[in-house]
Design a protein around this ligand. Structure first.
Ligand SMILES: Cc1cc2nc3c(=O)[nH]c(=O)nc-3n(C[C@H](O)[C@H](O)[C@H](O)COP(=O)(O)OP(=O)(O)OC[C@H]3O[C@@H](n4cnc5c(N)ncnc54)[C@H](O)[C@@H]3O)c2cc1C
Length: 372
């Protein structure tokens, strides 16, 4: 029986574990550095129709209908006056049971945890080192594990597994942007509303049928190394309030009053795609490649990668990295273009950007890779 170690109990690791759990030809364990996985924060997540198709295979329909939302459109607005620029009809990418979906991240994680026996998730296990001699032995802070045939690095953007494998080369880079997440109650628009401003954009979308909305702001911000490394800065109330006030003053929505439970963090993205030289080591999710969050694709790609890796392990096919690299390159180029276009400040550029957005919104194939 093939023994698989999964490092990290995020969306990618948990989705893969769900597939392995149903297949008796594998044994697996998940090692997670935190002491708990469940959380009840209200932040949202957007999932493409493709990833919903894959989640349906593990019982996504079991989630209470009132805990999910199926937005019909993405509507672009000018932040300053909330004037509509253009819209994308999401339903064109949907199939009967596989619809573009928004929900609380915690609802998704709870679903992913349902089918995994508790004893297979080893908490408080922060990977420190890997020894390799025919098989893999993993070292955690205060323990060494049994041996495994495979390692799956699902430990997120700052993947320790990747740092060990590539000797700290290719660490993620600061994306010169900060994210602010929060919750809004009773917003007026029931679609995905994307507000574009100079050097920022923010997105508001429903996360269930209970009038709860997710707020996410991406703001360009140059920071020096010391600031990026200073965790206290991103928890500092006056730093956060200044950022929100700045954006609020450039929009006709009173964000300062409306957005609650705000969390702030610097955005890091992958520098390059890296493939381990050692056989039987696989990177999935953000550990493989972390995208800029401009088109909310990370979780969907994590699920797709989990599925591709499972098929690879099951069928002994050599295609995992080939498929992943192709898909990653496609998403990366679209996301980078979006990020650039969303944050334009020069009025002439904005004018042409808006015309371009109107044209693009009719171009089904451009958005297919992002929304399907
Ligand atoms: C602001 C923002 C908004 C986003 N919004 C969306 C969205 O709407 N839709 C979407 O699809 N995606 C979104 N994403 C991206 C998405 O959240 C990520 O791509 C996705 O969560 C990646 O999942 P993962 O399992 O690869 O990594 P993670 O979810 O980061 O999980 C990694 C796990 O590994 C654990 N770990 C780390 N190091 C170790 C170690 N040394 N040993 C053991 N365990 C370890 C961590 O504790 C964690 O539990 C967003 C990202 C950002 C930054």
């Amino acid at each position: 029986m093939k023994k698989i170690s999964i490092i990290g109990a995020g969306i990618s690791g948990l989705y893969l574990a769900n597939l392995l759990e149903r297949d008796k030809s594998f044994s697996y364990k998940i090692f997670e550095k935190k002491n708990s996985i469940k959380n009840n924060d209200g932040y949202g997540i957007q999932l493409s129709a493709n990833s919903i198709n894959l989640l349906n295979n593990i019982g996504f329909q079991k989630i209470n209908a009132s805990d999910v939302y199926f937005p019909k459109k993405v509507i672009f607005y000018t932040a300053k006056n909330s004037k509509k620029i253009s819209e994308i009809d999401l339903s064109q990418f949907n199939q009967l049971n596989n619809r573009y979906t928004t929900l609380k991240r915690s609802s998704l994680v709870n679903l992913l945890l349902e089918n995994i026996p508790q004893e297979k998730i080893i908490l408080n296990s922060e990977l420190q080192n890997i020894k390799y001699q025919d098989k893999f032995t993993l070292n955690f802070r205060d323990k060494e594990t049994e041996q495994f045939d495979y390692i799956v690095a699902a430990d997120g953007v700052f993947s320790k597994t990747k740092q060990i494998l590539f000797h700290k080369k290719g660490l993620p880079k600061y994306f010169n942007s900060i994210a602010l997440r929060g919750n809004i109650h009773n917003f007026k628009n029931l679609d995905i509303s994307l507000y574009l401003g100079s050097n920022f954009h923010f997105v508001i979308y429903p996360i269930n049928q209970k009038n709860e909305f997710n707020f996410i702001l991406i703001l360009r911000k140059e920071l020096i190394e010391n600031e990026i490394a200073n965790k206290n800065l991103f928890e500092d109330k006056s730093f956060i309030n200044n950022l929100l006030n700045h954006v609020s003053s450039k929009s006709n929505i009173n964000l300062t009053e409306r957005v609650k439970d705000i969390k702030c963090f610097p955005i890091f993205v992958s520098n390059q795609i890296q493939i381990p030289k050692i056989k039987n080591v696989f990177l999935i999710g953000d550990a493989f490649f972390s995208f800029s969050p401009s088109f909310a694709q990370g979780a969907s790609q994590s699920i797709e990668a989990g599925n591709e890796l499972y098929n690879h392990l099951k069928n002994n096919s050599p295609n995992y990295y080939k498929t992943r690299i192709l898909k990653t390159k496609q998403i990366k180029s679209r996301s980078s273009l979006n990020h650039f276009a969303f944050h334009l400040s020069n009025p002439i550029n904005v004018f042409f950007r808006n015309i371009f957005l109107k044209y693009l919104s009719k171009n089904k194939s451009f958005f297919r890779k992002l929304f399907r």
